[in-house]
Design a protein around this ligand. Structure first.
Ligand SMILES: [Zn+2]
Length: 227
């Protein structure tokens, strides 16, 4: 894990321009995502795990099995992994990721692509749930500050803290925030860059950094919300 991060760091010197847009901690040192509101906590079934009882191990379990191909167009295969020590079951996380990526309101409709979860080496991308400390390692040199997630180096790294608590500035329920964060970070892997609020009263876009702010936009996790 450490060796891989060092390698990433070396490669990144040449690729900084490309990757600087692929993480959600980039250039955000002065921004501090808000903590969970009581409203969110009471409207969402919180997972058994809490970040205060987790420990980073750097070891990941991969979900076995897979899903049928969903959608049409270019096929992207992904694997799902959960860090040991998060307290989250890898199959539960995989089901949640599958449900999000297979949803008609997601990238299959918005980009006209097809997606399939696999558990073997044919996976081009990996969606990982990681403790805050490991997220920082995997996302480095992007600055995730133990708070946010990132999508780079062919991995969407979902920060356990955000998975469990969501992010109040997004104005999304934790359930919808989970759809958002998986879709957003996966969006980076398939080439999407950050966007800004298209206008007052309009829906927030998936590629906005909603963990920090949605401005005058209305809450929305999906790239194709009307599908
Ligand atoms: Zn992002």
């Amino acid at each position: 894990m450490v060796a891989a991060s060092v390698l990433v760091l070396a490669v990144l010197v040449a690729a900084a321009a490309r990757w600087s847009d692929h993480g959600d901690g980039d250039g955000t040192a002065s921004r501090s995502p808000s903590t969970t509101t009581a409203t969110e906590a009471t409207t969402t079934t919180r997972a058994a795990a809490t970040t205060s009882t987790t420990r980073p191990t750097g070891r990941f379990d991969r979900a076995s099995g897979g899903t049928p191909v969903v959608g049409t167009g270019t096929l992207y295969r992904y694997a799902v992994e959960v860090e040991e020590g998060t307290g989250v079951d890898v199959d539960d996380f995989a089901r949640a990721v599958d449900a999000t990526l297979d949803d008609r309101r997601g990238w299959t409709t918005a980009d006209g692509i097809s997606l399939q979860r696999v558990s073997d080496a044919t996976a081009q991308f990996t969606v990982r749930l990681a403790t805050p400390a490991t997220t920082d390692l995997l996302c480095a040199p992007l600055t995730t500050e133990g708070q946010v997630s990132c999508g780079h180096n062919d991995s969407a790294v979902i920060n356990l803290t955000r998975w469990l608590d969501g992010a109040a500035p997004s104005k999304l329920s934790v359930a919808d925030y989970r759809h958002y964060v998986v879709t957003h970070e996966f969006g980076h892997l398939i080439g999407h860059r950050h966007e800004t609020c298209p206008g007052p009263g309009q829906r927030a876009t998936t590629m906005m950094q909603q963990s920090y702010d949605i401005g005058a936009c209305t809450p929305n996790p999906w790239p194709a919300p009307d599908a």
